[in-house]
Design a protein around this ligand. Structure first.
Ligand code: NAD
Length: 499
């Protein structure tokens, strides 16, 4: 285990940590504002450390450091850049337990889910390592006698990434490895609610041999984000967060002619028909709805119960009641999130829905944090807020319809388009839904249909603003520009260049 910034906890007992500072030009530095925010451990509601708050002057410093590092990093062959990422992968595997416990503390996820999310970040690293042998190679073709056309993928320069709170390690690693492998220098703005994993990543990147200035962190909130988007030396911005902010930033950056890819929120529908396999469906819906306490852009949110599937709803309710809070599911991120989630449940009840499993007022002994128990709202109508809006908590809303087409109409009418799933044992029904879902990531009997590397992650409609996806080959292409070179060296008898 690396000693720098070492996090000692190996269980979920409260441990305080450090003040998260900026990382600029290879060193941790203080924010020029002198301001900081307490970062609450969501299990306890108690601050485990502060995060310093940056401003436009700090962004200037970080961008300048990145700009200064760019010529050297760009000139480093991709094979060598990838070697640093290989070393980072080995270091992350060495420190996996520490990273996962740190993540579990700052975010609240139970350890197994924290560990899984770090491993998913490592998978993104593996993909970027492979770029040196794959997509980055570009292509060359003799298009006419003695004439070749070639494409070269070149880095953009200084680029930036902005991350949400729900995946403190994985989401930054959707962006960073591809951007670095491509030869860019990066400025990251982590979520101010979970800044600590990125402090540790900065240390590991340095240990892996990354030159100073290639990776920088500016902590903070809206002023840092806006300064990054507006900065003339930042050539591209990747954003992951809520739809409201994604859309605002996409428009702000596009007005400046920036390359923007902004992933937003979600409201994912799971359709279940009577021939669905009971055990697979019930287990899978539970994992999808309550993993990470429902704070996932891929979480099950609306269960569209088609026809007589009462036995499936009963099995889901039984499994939901059996979940042990604190062991199987962590808290939600903050007291504000708890209040927002519980307000949706109150509202659904007031509108006449049945609260089949009620997570309001849940608590865990010795942990006075932000707890909401797993909840099922049954017999909701499709126009209720709980069925239309992103709740981002452990709440599954059941809407009952008679036909697959009615279910698809509900899914299609929702403005988001991240994920959708059909539970069935009939291939025809699966295909029928797959062709009609208004969602970029679709599952058959899989409620969290996250495309694993090398397939790319990204939704449709109000779940994403910008072209292409954020991981896989698309992710690489987002952080590069293609230079097309047409050359003729051999002297030909005819002097027509097209010959
Ligand atoms: P958020 O939009 O509140 O914050 C995301 C980032 O933007 C943070 O770093 C935050 O500091 C910054 N920010 C917040 N308000 C801002 C503003 N007005 N101007 C500029 N920057 C601002 O999102 P969150 O609560 O951290 O994360 C949860 C949201 O992220 C959910 O909506 C979830 O669906 C979404 N999400 C989407 C994906 C995806 O792949 N589509 C993945 C993870 C999370």
């Amino acid at each position: 285990m690396s000693s720098a910034l070492s996090f000692p906890a190996r269980d979920s007992g409260f441990v305080s940590y450090i003040t998260a500072r900026h990382f600029i030009g290879g060193a941790f530095v203080d924010a020029s504002s002198g301001e900081a925010l307490a970062v609450a451990n969501p299990r306890y509601g108690e601050s485990m450390g502060d995060v310093q708050l940056g401003n436009a002057a700090d962004v200037d410093r970080a961008v300048a450091a990145a700009k200064a590092a760019f010529p050297g990093w760009k000139a480093t062959p991709i094979k060598e850049r990838a070697q640093i990422l290989y070393r980072l992968k080995a270091l992350m595997e060495r420190d996996l337990e520490e990273l996962a416990w740190l993540l579990s503390h700052e975010h609240g996820k139970v350890f197994a889910q924290a560990e899984a999310s770090v491993k998913k970040g490592i998978e993104c690293l593996e993909f970027a390592c492979s770029l040196a042998n794959g997509a980055a190679a570009g292509g060359i073709l003799e298009v006419s006698r003695g004439v070749t056309c070639q494409v070269r993928h070149e880095p953009l320069g200084v680029v930036a990434g902005i991350a949400p709170f729900n995946f403190p390690m994985m989401v930054p690693l959707w962006m960073l490895p591809n951007a670095l492998a491509a030869g860019n220098c990066f400025v990251l703005k982590p979520s101010e609610q979970v800044p600590f994993n990125m402090q540790k990543l900065a240390v590991l990147l340095q240990e892996a041999g990354l030159p100073d200035g290639v990776f920088n962190i500016v902590n903070g909130t809206k002023p840092v984000v806006e300064a990054l988007v507006d900065h003339p030396d930042v050539k591209a911005v990747g954003f992951v967060g809520s739809t409201k902010v994604a859309k605002l930033l996409y428009e702000r950056g596009a007005r400046l002619g920036k390359r923007m890819l902004c992933l937003g929120g979600a409201k994912n529908h799971l359709l279940v028909v009577p021939d669905a396999d009971l055990r697979i469906t019930a287990d899978n819906v539970i994992a999808s709805a309550y993993g990470t306490a429902g704070q996932r852009c891929m979480a099950a949110s609306v269960l569209v119960a088609i026809g007589d599937v009462q036995h499936v709803v009963d099995a889901i309710a039984e499994r939901t009641r059996a979940l042990v809070l604190g062991r199987d599911m962590g808290p939600v991120i903050s007291a504000a999130a708890k209040a927002r989630i519980e307000a949706y449940i109150d509202d659904a009840e007031a509108r006449g829905a049945t609260i089949l499993v009620d997570g309001r007022g849940a608590s865990v002994d010795g942990c006075p944090g932000s707890w909401v128990g797993p909840t099922i709202i049954d017999h909701a109508s499709a126009d209720m807020p709980c069925a239309r809006e992103e709740i981002f908590g452990p709440v599954l809303t059941v809407v009952r319809v008679a036909t697959v087409d009615e279910g698809l109409a509900i899914e299609n009418a929702n403005p988001y388009g991240n994920a959708a799933c059909i539970y069935t044992t009939t291939g025809y029904i699966a295909e029928y839904c797959l062709e009609r879902f208004e969602a970029g990531m679709c599952g058959v009997n899989i409620g969290v249909p996250v495309p694993r590397e090398p397939f790319a992650f990204g939704g449709w409609n109000d779940s994403k603003f910008g072209h292409g996806d954020i991981t896989g080959d698309d992710g690489f292409h987002f952080w590069t520009r293609a230079r097309k070179v047409t050359s003729k060296w051999a002297l030909q008898k005819d002097w027509n260049w097209m010959s």
